[in-house]
Design a protein around this ligand. Sequence first.
Ligand code: IPM
Ligand code: MG
Length: 355
Amino acid sequence: MSKTYKISIIKGDGIGPEIIDEAIKVLDKVAEICDFKLVYKEYLMGGIAIDTVGVPLPQETIDGVLDSDACLFGSIGGPKWDNLPRELRAETGLLKFREAMGVYANLRPAVIYDELINASTLKADVIKGVDIMVVRELIGGIYFGQPRGNDGERAYNTMVYTKSEIIRIGKKAFEIAKTRDNRLCSVDKANVLEVSQLWRDTINELSTDYPEVELTHMYVDNAAMQLVRNPKQFDVIVTGNIFGDILSDTASMVVGSIGLLPSASTGDKTAIYEPIHGSAPDITGLGIANPIATIESVAMMLKYSLNQEEAALKIQAAIKKALVEGYRTKDIASFDAKEVLTTEQMGEMIKNNLV
Ligand code: IPM
Ligand code: MG
């Protein structure tokens, strides 16, 4: 009997619905080929949830996702909801959602496709062969620290990490490094921040359990520079919430477009799979969004949550084939593109490439 998985779907706002629809097409086809079944259930979050039920993260969404094997997530937010009080903002819903799922480890791989070397704004010899995994702590640090506030005259946030939070993400990063090139770079601002000093000391202590992994430390300002100067020096990067947010956007431009980068947010409960890009209100409805980051996120879901590694590899091969044959979306179209496809055409193309 073939296996059945429950997938919770959150399309969200902006280009979210457009890219998720393409990812589902691809997922359905690969399930058919690899003989497993999927049951989808859709939930609201973000602006659409504010408009429909008055809050950015309905309890029904939390309960539904907890009851599923994995969550596929599009993107949320947009100018329409930007002026609401903070607790009603779409982004606040996303942060609460991550917290509710306990997804402390956010994995953001940045791998260059040889075919897209010309789509990056960086020189080919700088980026050829880039294969980086950013491991971002996702439910702590300055995003969640208390106290926080803004009285109109004075505003403040608190950057805080406990030793156990650092150990938890650190272990994950060392384990991932062991499955790759055994190199881990921990990024902090230990020359200025106490929280970073504890981070560095703790990662150093942990490293004695992982003698096979070569550990280095880098300040975040230098890391931002090194990512653009010589990205190939990195294998796995581990860092806190806000530094990881910034560095993963930088890493995306190294590989050509933010429309290419998937992510997996994992913890003790249901994992969330989402592209790292936002809801892109400026291109919503134009049919030009790149669905590849979301389709790659589906591949991560198959590998990490559903144990269907073969299906994940098939999806990656199908993406690769589209790129090798010269098909591009607008964001990655360079002079060597054979044809520029719409969001839907790219989804269809990748689906039809599956074997
Ligand atoms: C990301 C996004 C989010 C973040 C926003 C939308 C809250 O930028 O997933 O990187 O800052 O974590
Ligand atoms: Mg971000």
